[in-house]
Design a binder for this molecule. Sequence first.
Ligand code: NKO
Length: 210
Amino acid sequence: LVYSALAVLAAYLLGSLSFAVIVSRVMGLNDPRTFGSKNPGATNVLRSGSKAAAILTLALDAAKGWLPVALVRWFGAPYGLEEGTQALVALAAFVGHLWPVFFGFKGGKGVATALGVLLGVSGWLGLATLAAWLVVVSISRYVSLSSMAAALFAPTFFLLAGGPLWYADHRVAAAIGAMAGLLVWRHQENIGRLLRGTESKLGQSKNKAP
Ligand code: NKO
């Protein structure tokens, strides 16, 4: 139980590293919380004009979801850490991204971090969800819409393909379901803009207020 609690705390602290803000600061770009959608995420960093910064943000925000889950999966057993802890560290890293202790509890929407978590749970699950995201974004050009579609797809796929491809533990399923719900809930402003037809499309409107 002590190891489990420590793992969850470490995952929350790791998730609290808002890499959109950190990468932008290090690369001398504007703070993503001050322009565009005001969201500290890879998509909004892209609106600063730096593709490299956006890709780095995506990679690091995903890595912080992937690492704690992968560590528990690979090295947890001798410490008594199994799927219950895997589910909790996944949720902790995700919650850290949404409510980061280091950034006044004002975080992002959790898309990249959820992708990392899914890759940690199962490479196949992560890749399948990423593929769904890519299909929707290539058709619609809306990142937010694609993220929400992927969020609905992930838990469905986890439950449907569990068995042959991965062990669909019900606690991990619950964590993925909770992340999906929170992810969509964090996109409520995007939903409003999508309905009004004012949501910005990929490759459009750099630095323009939504
Ligand atoms: O600024 O409000 P915005 O337009 O920035 O941003 C909306 C956007 C926020 O997310 C990001 C991160 C972008 C990452 C893109 C690649 C991720 C592809 C995989 C998605 C998998 C999600 C699965 C969730 C399962 C619970 O949406």
